[in-house]
Design a protein. Structure first.
Lengths: 112, 116
């Protein structure tokens, strides 16, 4: 069964460093998303992406964040200068129709 | 106001019994979709079931069914014949509007523990 794949599963980075989280959405899907979940809290929307541009972003998604679809399969989230409060589980998701949204297994980001 | 409210922080259920996880939502849109996800301790988000606002029948997927009461703005998840592997966090989420790409808004979740 097709699935959304995220790498790495866990990333530890020093405060101030840049980090890139990678995702391979389901191949025929058209809409891509990043969400995050701070430990013990609800899942929060960061950004949606369609037709090679951002469709919507939340107030969390400030200038430190960027997304890219560098080729036909990958979808990346870059955090330019990580802060302690960026520590969270980051989920990539993709969808083709309104009736679904499939998530990857997540990347646990720890900023030290 | 919260878009999605899950009032039960934690629930226990005996193995093989049914359990209902509550979800109420708030939207002024006529077109919206409601989703349920399971998050086991390993952390992944597993899509369980979807209900569209215009769907005439309540959604069912195997042991999962959605008790959709539009007038009450509730979309409760019913898990029948609970199994130990059902122990997890369960999230209700909503996508508002007609656009396929609209974001999901999540509730705070309910932790379900299945007892043997």
């Amino acid at each position: 069964e097709p699935e959304v794949t995220q790498t790495p599963s866990h990333q530890v980075t020093q405060m101030g460093q840049e980090v890139i989280l990678r995702c391979v959405p389901i191949s025929n899907h058209l809409y891509f998303y990043w969400y995050r979940q701070i430990l013990g809290q609800k899942v929060e929307f960061l950004v949606s992406f369609y037709n090679n541009e951002i469709s919507e972003k939340s107030e969390i998604f400030d200038d430190q964040f960027s997304v890219e679809r560098p080729d036909g399969s990958n979808f990346t989230l870059k955090i330019r200068s990580t802060k302690l409060e960026d520590s969270a589980m980051y989920f990539c998701a993709s969808t083709l129709t309104r009736r679904e949204a499939f998530f990857g297994q997540g990347t646990r980001l720890t900023v030290v | 106001a919260q878009k999605i409210t899950q009032t039960q922080p934690g629930m226990f259920v005996q193995e093989k019994e049914a359990v209902t996880l509550d979800c109420t939502y708030d939207t002024s849109d006529q077109s919206y979709g409601l989703f349920w996800y399971k998050q086991p301790s390993s952390g992944e988000m597993i899509f369980l079931i979807y209900q569209g606002s215009y769907d005439e029948q309540n959604a069912t997927e195997g042991r999962y069914s959605l008790n959709f009461q539009k007038a009450r703005k509730s979309a409760n998840l019913v898990i029948s014949a609970s199994q130990l592997g059902d122990s997890a966090m369960y999230f209700c989420a909503m996508r508002e509007g007609l656009r396929t790409g609209n974001k999901l808004v999540f509730g705070a979740g309910t932790i379900l523990r299945v007892k043997s």
